[in-house]
Design a protein around this ligand. Structure first.
Ligand code: NAD
Length: 254
């Protein structure tokens, strides 16, 4: 699948998803993006432009009917589906001490980050089989390592990594399935106006990355575009870490 192609993207109105949408539109793709935040969607339509190649829909990845309907709408509008990126997520990794973690919070993380991925795969699979397309799921380096008080987020992303290899085996050879595990990606100035928060990074923030900087949405977008493309035709079931090398640094206490 090489551009121009049709890509369905969840959580595309802000943050990494908005960066992915911008990247895909710039290379000529048609993008059907969804988000639960109507205000952010309205702003992203303005920002992204290309109304002839952009479809921005309110849809909740936790709701099977909404996922099915928004995928069907994308196929009706653009005539086919070549790629799917499940990026929508509850992105704050901190849920507080496990002793005080309430079940509703735990469930909310699993519903959005993990169940949402399964629902996208389920309803996109018939279309991706037809186009011999690709599916990309957003995991996290927190699937591989942790800070304290991040049980729900880490478990949801660990589930995404496992779901990725399961789907790759079930849906191949027609569909390739891969995960991206971003590290620290700064999305403060990629939010809707009401919650935009440009962030200055300290030297210590930059220096813990072997590449000397914190990540940007375009770093993840480039990987997503590659994984959707025919250049990634021999890659499936993998978890690609995009973290500026941060998780490769070994730390011993002084
Ligand atoms: P973000 O909060 O900036 O953007 C997430 C978007 O998803 C928002 O627009 C939000 O409205 C939408 N969303 C939330 N719940 C939804 C739902 N139920 N249905 C549809 N849309 C929904 O977050 P981000 O930092 O851009 O993160 C994007 C993805 O990348 C998430 O899956 C996150 O876990 C992952 N990730 C982010 C980082 C990082 O450092 N930013 C690192 C690792 C992984």
């Amino acid at each position: 699948m090489n551009p121009p192609s049709v890509v369905y993207l969840t959580g595309g109105a802000q943050g990494i998803g908005l960066g992915i949408a911008e990247h895909l539109l710039a290379r000529g793709d048609c993008v059907a993006l969804t988000d639960i935040d109507a205000e952010a969607l309205a702003e992203c339509r303005e920002r992204l432009g290309h109304p002839e190649r952009l479809l921005a829909m309110v849809s909740d990845v936790r709701d099977e009917r909404q996922v099915a309907e928004s995928i069907a709408t994308a196929v009706t509008r653009f005539g086919r589906l070549d790629g799917v990126i499940h990026n929508a997520g509850l992105a704050d990794p901190f849920q507080g001490p496990v002793e005080a973690l309430d079940l509703a919070t735990w469930q909310a993380y699993l519903d959005t980050n993990l169940t949402g991925a399964m629902l996208c795969a389920k309803h996109a699979a018939p279309h991706l089989r037809e186009s011999r397309g690709a599916l990309v799921l957003m995991a996290s380096t927190r699937a591989l390592q942790s800070e304290p008080d991040t049980e729900a987020y880490a478990a949801s992303k660990g589930g995404v990594v496992a779901l990725t290899h399961a789907l790759a085996i079930s849906l191949g050879p027609e569909i390739r399935v891969n995960a991206i595990s971003p590290g620290w990606i700064e999305v403060g100035d990629w939010q809707k106006a009401a919650s935009r928060m440009p962030v200055e990074h300290r030297a210590v923030d930059r220096d813990q990355h072997p590449v000397g900087r914190v990540g940007q949405p375009k770093d993840v977008a480039a990987m997503a575009a590659f994984l959707l493309s025919d250049d990634a035709g021999f890659i499936s079931g993998q978890n690609l870490v995009v973290d500026g090398g941060m998780t490769r640094r070994m730390i011993y206490a002084e």
